[in-house]
Design a protein around this ligand. Structure first.
Ligand code: GLU
Length: 287
């Protein structure tokens, strides 16, 4: 199923993580999502599964900053930490289809294994997981879980790709993009410390919230290989995608949470109006 072209039916979302204050790059991303929604619906989602890094005060600040910027979103706002049962349901389905396996490896063990093997195929960001725990017997898995050993859950990407067959996603402006199920290897879908992962939560949420166009920075373009694969495995609709450019400073450096001076809060306190900030983010008209 793909999203309809009826503009009134477009649903977009802005999905920040409350790990810091929003900066100019976030303003661009949020205004971009609002603009693509046009006459349709614009949603806000708080991606707060990373309990160690997320803070409630940033959640509040995000809403204040977006409202100040002139954005309105639909209530209720979805907070990922309140929906762990939805992610569990998705994991159970994948597990029932024999597509998951427990991984007990530590980061250090993974690196050592890669070194021992004389390298590993590289994903877009790092070497791929060498598959160590995929080879464990069912008995060993059971015993180690029963002994309380911490484990993540990984997707058996090769199996997954075989089940779905060829896939693509619809990238607005650029057309169909081939999806490579092996692009990120056996990706973690439930972390040792959190019973889901960014990839799983985003895919499930976009479907449950009825998002028809996923807009986000092009730094997440590569992640779409995993998201499209998960949609196919979980029988979820495939939204369209629009990965946008990332705002940079005069030296070409990407804005980041560390750039205190360009947080929306600092700009506001420095006396900038919402209209000025919208213009700085490249949006001339009102939100
Ligand atoms: N929460 C992610 C971030 O803040 C965005 C996720 C997405 O748009 O898919 O970078």
């Amino acid at each position: 199923m793909t999203a309809t072209a009826d503009p009134a039916a477009i649903v977009t979302r802005f999905a920040p993580s409350p790990t810091g204050l929003l900066h100019l790059g976030h303003a661009y991303s949020a205004l971009f999502a609002r603009k693509i929604a046009a006459g349709g619906r614009f949603l806000l989602r708080i991606e707060d599964i990373d309990v160690g890094r997320c803070r409630p005060e940033f959640d509040t600040a995000i809403r204040e900053d977006l409202a100040w910027l002139g954005l309105q979103w639909e209530e209720p706002v979805r907070r990922q930490s309140e929906h762990m049962a939805d992610y569990r349901t998705a994991l159970d389905r994948l597990d029932g289809d024999d597509l998951l396996y427990p991984c007990f490896c530590t980061r250090k063990e993974i690196l050592a294994e890669i070194e021992r093997a004389g390298g590993a195929p590289h994903g877009p960001e790092r070497p791929l997981y060498p598959g160590t725990c995929r080879a464990l017997s069912a008995d060993e898995r059971r015993a180690r879980i029963a002994a309380g050993e911490a484990h993540a859950l990984r997707l058996d990407a090769a199996q997954a790709g075989q089940r779905t067959g060829p896939l693509e996603w619809d990238e607005m402006e650029r057309g169909p993009q081939p999806c490579d199920p092996l692009r990120h290897g056996d990706i973690v879908l439930a972390r040792k410390d959190v019973a889901t992962s960014y990839h799983l939560a985003v895919t499930v949420d976009d479907a449950l919230q009825g998002v028809t166009v996923v807009t986000r920075g092009e730094d997440l373009f590569e992640a779409t290989h995993v998201h499209r694969l998960l949609q196919a495995l979980l029988g979820l609709p495939a939204p369209r995608y629009r990965h946008h450019r990332l705002l940079t400073d005069e030296t070409g450096r990407r804005f980041a949470k560390r750039d205190r001076a360009l947080t929306l809060c600092a700009l506001r306190e420095a006396g900038r109006s919402a209209e000025e900030v919208r213009r700085m983010a490249g949006f001339d008209t009102g939100a």
